[in-house]
Design a protein around this ligand. Sequence first.
Ligand SMILES: [Zn+2]
Length: 116
Amino acid sequence: MTHDEIEAIAALDALGAATPEEARAMSAHVASCDSCRRARDEYAEAATMLVTSLDPVPPPATLRERIRNAAVAAAGPAAFRRRDGGVPAGGTPALRFLVIRSELHVDCTQNHQRAR
Ligand SMILES: [Zn+2]
């Protein structure tokens, strides 16, 4: 891949939009390329500043349940059970991470739309 392609992936990765293959290719490249590593770090910093500079907007009350239902439908209920067979009230750490990440995305999208 070219440096320009890696920089484009770095921009996507900062927003959580790079594919796993793209993220792997970028990680391998930046291990030996100072300019792309710098670009990756700058995109990550810009994305962090964007998120932290926006006022939080509470997501719709039904969003958490819709995300949970979609995750269970996609991965199956077994993916969200504890090793002892029980289902944690708030979901597994991975599910909670997905819910929080999705809510942050909604917050950012709503803030971005209001800022226009
Ligand atoms: Zn490079």
